[in-house]
Write a protein that binds this ligand. Structure first.
Ligand code: SF4
Length: 167
């Protein structure tokens, strides 16, 4: 699907989609989580993420640690993947425009899917613009980061990988 494709979705805050997921985070996601929680990025990484800030943390029972009842305790700063849900995105590459896909609803979800809007209406209403811009800038620097970090830091020695909370 592209931005002009027919799509609509109404979230009825059942909270079911906030379980049993693997949600990767960008540095911009972590920054927004920290702002929404009113804590430092270091604290946000410890409280809301695993794998050094790269994946959202879920409890052993399968709920996102930010879920409060059936509502997101970080709604104002929720990550890009949560904003886009139930759409997924393949970012624009070279000459190709970004693509969107519809993700499977959580079993029993109260969300209502429809076609009375467009993908663009939906994603713009979720405030994804700044996230996509930040990610595009970051992606363009990734190769350089990887090279420089790999040359200077042995992460598995200085900070062994954790596995707690992985869904
Ligand atoms: S950050 Fe919020 S919207 Fe995203 S999975 Fe957690 S509770 Fe759900």
């Amino acid at each position: 699907m592209n931005r002009k494709s027919p799509f609509s979705y109404v979230c009825n805050a059942c909270g079911l989609c906030c379980h049993q997921k693997v949600i990767t985070l960008s540095p911009y996601d972590v920054l927004q989580i920290a702002r929404a929680a009113g804590i430092s990025t270091r604290e946000a990484i410890a409280r809301f993420t695993i794998r050094r800030g790269s994946i959202l943390k879920f409890t052993d029972q399968g709920a996102c640690v930010a879920l409060e009842g059936t509502r997101c305790g970080l709604h104002r700063g929720r990550p890009l993947a949560c904003r886009l849900y139930p759409l997924g995105i393949e970012p624009a590459k070279h000459e190709e425009a970004e693509k969107f896909v519809t993700l499977e609803p959580a079993a029993g979800s109260l969300g209502v899917y429809g076609l009375d809007g467009t993908v663009n209406n939906f994603v713009e209403a979720q405030g994804v613009g700044a996230y996509l811009e930040a990610n595009a800038r970051y992606t363009s620097l990734l190769a350089v980061f990887h090279e420089r970090i790999a040359a200077t830091v042995d992460f598995d020695r200085v900070e062994p990988r954790d596995s707690g909370g992985a869904p």
